[in-house]
Design a protein around this ligand. Structure first.
Ligand code: PA5
Ligand code: NI
Length: 191
C-alpha cells in the first residue's frame, strides 16, 4: 500500500485553498442587489466590483448526508455608502445544521440571527473561532482596511437559503460612523 499526499492544500497563514475538488465563486456588486441599505450609493458604484470570493473544497456531492464541505471566504475592504462590504448572509436550507467559522486574517464582524430575529455579533480576527448553531442566519462583515479572510466547515446537506434573508434582512446594519464600526438599526427589517 502506498502512502499518498493529499491532492488538496490549505495554507493556514494565508487561507489559500487549492487542488482537486476545489472551486471558487466571485460575488460582484451587481449580484448583491437589495443587500445594502443605500440604493443610491449602490447604483453609482462600479457594478463589476468584487465584494467577496469563496473557495470551497467539495469532496462529496452537495446534499450528501454525513458529508462535510470546507471553504474560505475573502471579503474585500470597502463600503457602499457608509455600510461595510459583507456577504449576502443565509440560513441553512436544512435549518438544523451548524457550521464552524474561523478568522484567518483581517478584522470584521460575524452577525448572527435566530428565526425570531434575535441578533448578536462576534468580532472576527486572526485565530478567532465561531460556532454557528443550527437555525441561525449568519453574515460576515469586513470592518477593517484589509481583506477579511475566514475559514468555514459545514455539512454537505446544509444548503443555503438566501431568499428568507433577502426578504427580511438583518435587524442591524454595520456602518462606519466617525471612522468606527457601529451597529445601526435597520429601518427596513421585517420581523
Ligand atoms: O457556508 C458558509 O456559510 C460560507 O462559506 C458562506 O457561504 C460564504 O461566506 C459566503 O456567504 P453567503 O453564502 O452568505 O453569500
Ligand atoms: Ni453557512
Amino acid at each position: 500500500m502506498d502512502i499518498l499526499f493529499s491532492s488538496t492544500t490549505f495554507e493556514l497563514s494565508s487561507g489559500v485553498l487549492r487542488g482537486e475538488n476545489t472551486e471558487s465563486t466571485v460575488k460582484q456588486l451587481a449580484q448583491l442587489q437589495g443587500v445594502f441599505g443605500d440604493e443610491t450609493a449602490f447604483r453609482t458604484m462600479n457594478q463589476s466590483k468584487v465584494i467577496y470570493e469563496v473557495t470551497s473544497h467539495m469532496q462529496v456531492t452537495e446534499g450528501k448526508s454525513g458529508g462535510l464541505f470546507f471553504g474560505v471566504s475573502k471579503i474585500h475592504p470597502g463600503t457602499v455608502g457608509n455600510e461595510y462590504f459583507m456577504t449576502k448572509g443565509h440560513f441553512h436550507e436544512k435549518r438544523d445544521t451548524g457550521e464552524y467559522y474561523f478568522g484567518i486574517s483581517g478584522s470584521g464582524l460575524l452577525l448572527l440571527m435566530d428565526e425570531a430575529g434575535e441578533c448578536s455579533a462576534q468580532r472576527v480576527v486572526k485565530n478567532s473561532l465561531h460556532y454557528i448553531p443550527g437555525n441561525i442566519a449568519h453574515r460576515l462583515v469586513n470592518t477593517g482596511g484589509d481583506m477579511l479572510v475566514v475559514g468555514a466547515c459545514w455539512p454537505a446537506d446544509a444548503g443555503h437559503d438566501y431568499d428568507s434573508m433577502l426578504e427580511r434582512g438583518f435587524p442591524v446594519r454595520v456602518c462606519r460612523v466617525s471612522g468606527e464600526a457601529a451597529l445601526i438599526l435597520n429601518a427596513e427589517y421585517t420581523p
